[in-house]
Write a protein that binds this ligand. Structure first.
Ligand code: ADP
Ligand code: TRP
Length: 324
């Protein structure tokens, strides 16, 4: 059985683009019986940017509740919070001591982030070794990542090989699984949906709030109600199509082309579609909001399982380095 491991950034409540583009495909992979999957919320990595305790905690909760609401099965997947397995920071230190500073300086993501961010701290610089620790600690065989994370995987393999070379076969060398660019979900302004663009749709929001957002933010042209409209250039139609059946999409396209059907009508249908397609997820999410302890329990159980594996790996490392 292959072990698949992925870390999830905890940057707040995921939006429709995150759910359709990343969360649902990852859950499908994790729920496959032939995989032994580990999934964690990378809240230690978040500390490089978030220094407010409440915000950090709340982000982690929102992310965990979303994954559970979207169908992640904690009986099939070891689902945990990175910071609960303190072995991770210990291993990260050892890895740091085996990885050349000059190589770490070549990390694209650091260059990229240090140009953009205000808080450029040493944690941000050491980020790849914490990520290597996340992976090596659990003997992961495969790590699904986007293109931007491939270099971190190379560094993980590199530092693991350096230590294996010196101290014997301690670590499993992980293979990346390159996640193809998922279907791109458009935001309310017709550009890529993204937190930084302020064009997201929060499917867990109150129905009234989603309605307001759709009416106010989804861009339409000002073709009068009675005139024919072009569905393919309309964001409201593109979003509807993502969630509707082919038959339903065809019907909306025909109504738009025929005229006498306004953007307001299409927006109302989109709202109903969002609420109905996510009805189960919305109910579960609300349940977790009202019962945060349940999320906590799931994460604590996950941490117990993860810790068992982590402790065994760390013992191998400590023995080899002379800390026994
Ligand atoms: P954001 O752009 O809102 O900050 P992230 O960059 O944190 O989102 O992305 C988290 C995950 O969600 C990534 O795997 C990314 O590929 C996916 N994702 C984000 N936005 C979209 C989108 N508009 N369409 C499809 N997938 C997306
Ligand atoms: N750095 C990853 C990202 O930005 C998140 C992450 C942290 C991760 N640790 C990991 C991904 C380990 C895969 C494996 O998306």
């Amino acid at each position: 059985m292959a072990r698949i491991l992925t870390g999830i950034q905890s940057t707040g409540r995921p939006h429709l683009g995150n759910i359709l583009g990343a969360i649902n495909p990852a859950i499908a992979l994790a729920n496959k019986a032939e995989n032994d999957s580990f999934l964690f919320i990378a809240d230690l990595h978040s500390l490089t940017q978030i220094k407010n305790a409440e915000e950090l905690k709340n982000n982690t909760f929102q992310v965990a509740a979303t994954w559970l609401a979207c169908g992640l099965d904690p009986n099939k997947t070891t689902f945990y919070r990175q910071s609960d397995v303190t072995e991770c920071t210990e291993l990260a230190w050892y890895l740091n001591c085996f990885f050349p500073y000059q190589r770490l300086k070549l990390a694209h993501s650091f260059k990229d982030k240090s140009d953009r961010l205000e808080d450029v701290n040493s944690g941000l610089f050491a980020y790849p070794m914490l990520m290597a620790s996340d992976i090596l600690l659990y003997d992961a065989d495969f790590v699904p990542v986007g293109k931007d994370q491939l270099q971190h995987l190379e560094m993980t393999r590199d530092v693991a090989s350096r230590i294996n070379h010196k101290h014997g076969e301690i670590f499993v060398l992980p293979e990346p699984i390159l996640q193809q660019d998922a279907q791109l979900i458009l935001g309310t302004d017709g550009e890529k949906m993204s937190k930084s663009r302020n064009n997201t749709i929060d499917v867990f929001d109150a129905e009234n709030a989603i309605k307001k957002l759709i009416n106010k933010n989804i861009v339409t042209d000002n073709t009068p109600l009675e005139e024919p409209k072009d569905p393919d250039s309309a964001t409201v139609y593109q979003l509807y199509k993502l969630l509707a059946t082919n038959e339903e999409s065809k019907t909306m396209a025909e109504k738009l082309k025929a005229g006498g059907y306004g953007w307001g009508h299409a927006k109302k249908e989109l709202l109903d579609k969002i609420v109905s397609s996510f009805s189960e997820e919305r109910a579960k999410f609300e349940h977790y909001q009202n019962n945060p302890k349940e999320v906590e329990e799931v994460l604590m159980e996950g941490a117990q399982k993860a810790k068992k594996v982590a402790k065994a790996t760390l013992e191998r490392v400590r023995n080899s380095l002379g800390y026994n």
